[in-house]
Design a protein around this ligand. Structure first.
Ligand code: FE2
Length: 295
């Protein structure tokens, strides 16, 4: 009997040791099983939105692995980056450590990244091929029924404003989506709403029927209650986090998450945009849908 007990003890220690080894080997994997709230409709536009990524930190890499996991369920075709793509140095080794290494699996799968410039980014990023900016600080690209406007909110000069007027004015695309670094609306305690940027861009967004705006700068996630018919998102926790920075009871907040890092999955199908926000542990922290504005 004693011998059997010792055998069982040895067996259980062996199994528990084996188990611990397995768990520690998986510590960077999402703790939640990836689950999708998006419809994954045939022919829809599928993309991901991230911001303030460029640290090269362990956390950025962990979040990137969750992005890869979710691509198996939701095969997004491209990623929009809302700026602060590089913190600190911008040498080739920095582009490798802070962008190419974390997103290597996605780049290898042919996912395209479209960047906009944040306050930490040098203008020369516009020549970096993998950011697909075609040498421009602000630019437009089209995917199916959606036109995307990458803006440079560091310098809202006359030239850029005229370009926005001209391009948005003649754009008959069903969906108009803007992405820029500084958030026209924010409940962040450290920064808050970028009112100077808002004064310039909001009238153009309203006049020309921009439907949705993606921003960053704040290192958290926030969905702003629609402002004059437009939905603004902040998705600035792709490489850094400012925990607890969203002001309590802000009248702007529809939903916020500042406890961990996050990214957004987005699907546009006909007149509806669906979104699902995922944390570093793979949990869904927000989801919903937005109807296209009447124009
Ligand atoms: Fe920033």
């Amino acid at each position: 009997m004693k011998r059997i007990n010792i055998f069982l003890l040895g067996l259980s220690l062996f199994l528990s040791g084996f188990h611990v080894g397995t768990v520690s080997g998986q510590e960077n994997k999402p703790q939640s099983t990836p689950t999708l709230t998006l419809p994954r409709a045939e022919g829809s536009i599928k993309f991901l939105a991230i911001g303030d990524t460029g640290t090269g930190s362990k956390q950025q890499n962990e979040l990137a692995r969750v992005m890869v996991d979710y691509r198996k369920l939701f095969p997004y075709e491209f990623v929009i980056m809302v700026g602060d793509n590089m913190y600190g140095g911008e040498k080739p080794a920095d582009f490798k450590a802070k962008f190419e290494d974390p997103y290597r699996a996605l780049l290898d799968q042919g996912v395209k990244f479209y960047a906009s410039l944040g306050n930490h980014d040098e203008s020369n990023q516009r020549f970096y091929d993998l950011f697909n900016m075609n040498g421009e600080e602000y630019y437009r690209f089209k995917k199916g029924d959606a036109a995307f406007y990458a803006l440079n909110s560091n310098y809202m000069d006359k030239r850029q404003i005229k370009w926005m007027e001209d391009e948005l004015g003649k754009d008959a695309t069903k969906w108009k989506i803007a992405f820029l670094h500084h958030p026209p609306y924010s409940s962040g305690a450290k920064h808050g709403s970028s009112s100077g940027v808002r004064e310039v861009v909001e009238p153009l967004f309203i006049k020309h029927g921009v439907d949705v705006v993606f921003t960053g700068h704040e290192h958290f996630y926030e969905r702003i209650k629609p402002q004059k018919g437009i939905t603004y998102f902040i998705t600035g926790a792709g490489g850094k986090l400012r925990p607890g920075d969203v002001k309590d009871n802000s009248p702007l907040t529809a939903k916020a998450f500042d406890k961990d890092m996050s990214f957004m999955l987005v699907e546009i199908s006909k007149d509806t945009m669906h979104f699902q926000v995922i944390s570093r542990t793979g949990e869904t922290v927000d989801s919903g849908s937005i109807l296209r504005r009447e124009r």
